[in-house]
Design a protein around this ligand. Sequence first.
Ligand code: ATP
Ligand code: MN
Length: 308
Amino acid sequence: MATAKSSKSPPSSIRAGKREVSVSNPGKILYPETGFTKGEAVQYYLAIAPVLLPHLKHRPLTLKRYPNGVDQPFFYEKMCPSHRPDWVATTRMTTTNREIDFCMVEDAATLVWVANLASLELHTLLSRAPDLDRPTFMVFDHDPGDGADMLDCIRVALRFRDMLEQLGLKSFAKTSGGKGLHLYVPLNTPVTFDETKVFSRAVAQVLEKEDAAHVTTNMRKDLRKGKVFVDWSQNDRHKTTVCVYSLRARTRPTVSTPVEWEELERAVKKKDASGLAFETADVLKRVKKKGDLFEPVLKVKQKLPRMG
Ligand code: ATP
Ligand code: MN
């Protein structure tokens, strides 16, 4: 248990690819419960960069910053800070009432710069610049309602996988690093948000209909009790999902981590999902052993089947 909240430490600079990036106050504790520091967050992001960067590449990023640690106020930042170095890439997105220049993490140096802003969580759009109207995947967030847990999310996700498989679609799962699971369906083919929205709602509602005791697609918290809320509405031009391999700002430095379907099946068999909460060191070890289990989300090309 760490005691000092912000042990002052001199700034340091870190080599990231071709650049030296300065890191201010690396000794600052951002996760008081474990003593995990800003410097450790930067080191984690540098170490995971080879598998993380392809998932961030060309993707508009929303920063979620925790300047004084995970138990203190945070803020979202969509507009890339104006004090950014000139080597940080941005992309402009026009929304109904304004233009946003999003940061994009194109290299390890930018990753370190972002981590130095205490943007512990990396939230990305479903599209990639310059084609911001085309989602490259669909995502289905699985949130356990009161009285439900990770194991319930896993059971639902496995059913969802089978249903999608019958429609000819492969899907992949990751932990959110928080309470639930995220199921991804790679597309990487020309498709619009209008199409993914109609499709994702339809399949989520079929899942709900077939297993109403365990699944709801209704956002209302009181209707989630004991069930898993399957949120298809993330499939939207403006919405973000936490990027795979991102740290989470929870009490411990957990990470949104890809998991194999077999691991999820084993958890259901054992009725124990406790092995599916991963922190930074676990994730680095897994990647060494298993590589990037989420690589297919970038590579597999799938078309939405015709509805009807
Ligand atoms: P958990 O498993 O604990 O639910 P999660 O990442 O799925 O973790 P949610 O609250 O379900 O968290 O939100 C899903 C996604 O929606 C987040 O990963 C985040 O990218 C985005 N999101 C949620 N709330 C906001 C918000 N207020 N502003 C911007 N994006 C948000
Ligand atoms: Mn969620």
